[in-house]
Write a protein that binds this ligand. Structure first.
Ligand code: RB5
Length: 147
C-alpha cells in the first residue's frame, strides 16, 4: 500500500521510526510531515496528509503530533476523511473494522515506539467489515454533506 505520513515537531523522532517500520512491512511511504525540530503548526500537516488520502494519492495515512488529537482534528475537516486517534491496538483494529478510518493518528507524547508499531500493525492488518457498519459510516458521510 501507499501510506501517507505526517507529523509536527513533537513527533519527529517517532515519525522516522514509524516510517522505517512501515517500509520494512513492505509498504511505500510518502512523507508529508516536517523534517526539522523547529516548532511548527500541526494543522498544516494534518491537512496535507488528509488531502493526499482524500484525492486517492495514498491508500491511507498515519498522523503523529504530541497527542494525536490536534492533527486528527485538522485532518477530519477534509471531506471524505475519517481520522481516528488510537492509543492502543484494539482501537486501531476497530477503527478500521467498524469506522473504515482512512487515517490513524497517535501522540508521540502518549505512546512509545513499540506501542506505535503495534497500533500500526493492528490498523494495517484489519479490514472494514461493511454491513451495518457501512450503513453507519454512510450516516457520517451524510452529516458531512449537510455542511
Ligand atoms: C505541540 O506542542 C502540540 O500542541 C501538538 O503536537 C499536539 O499535541 C496538538 O494537539
Amino acid at each position: 500500500m501507499k501510506i501517507a505520513i505526517g507529523n509536527d515537531h513533537a513527533a519527529l523522532d517517532l515519525k522516522w521510526e514509524i516510517a522505517e517500520y512501515v517500509k520494512e512491512l513492505g509498504h511505500e511511504v510518502v512523507n508529508y510531515g516536517t523534517d526539522t525540530p523547529e516548532s511548527c503548526n500541526y494543522p498544516e500537516y494534518g491537512e496535507k496528509v488528509a488531502r493526499a488520502v482524500a484525492a486517492g494519492e495514498a491508500d491511507c495515512g498515519i498522523l503523529i503530533c504530541g497527542t494525536g488529537v490536534g492533527i486528527s482534528l485538522a485532518a477530519n475537516k477534509v471531506k471524505g476523511i475519517r481520522c481516528a486517534v488510537c492509543s492502543e491496538p484494539v482501537t486501531a483494529r476497530l477503527v478500521k473494522q467498524h469506522n473504515n478510518a482512512n487515517i490513524i493518528a497517535f501522540g508521540a507524547r502518549i505512546v512509545g515506539v513499540e506501542m506505535a508499531k503495534a497500533i500500526v500493525d493492528a490498523y494495517l492488518n484489519a479490514e472494514f467489515l461493511g454491513g451495518r457498519h457501512g450503513e453507519r459510516v454512510a450516516m457520517i458521510t451524510e452529516i458531512e454533506e449537510k455542511g
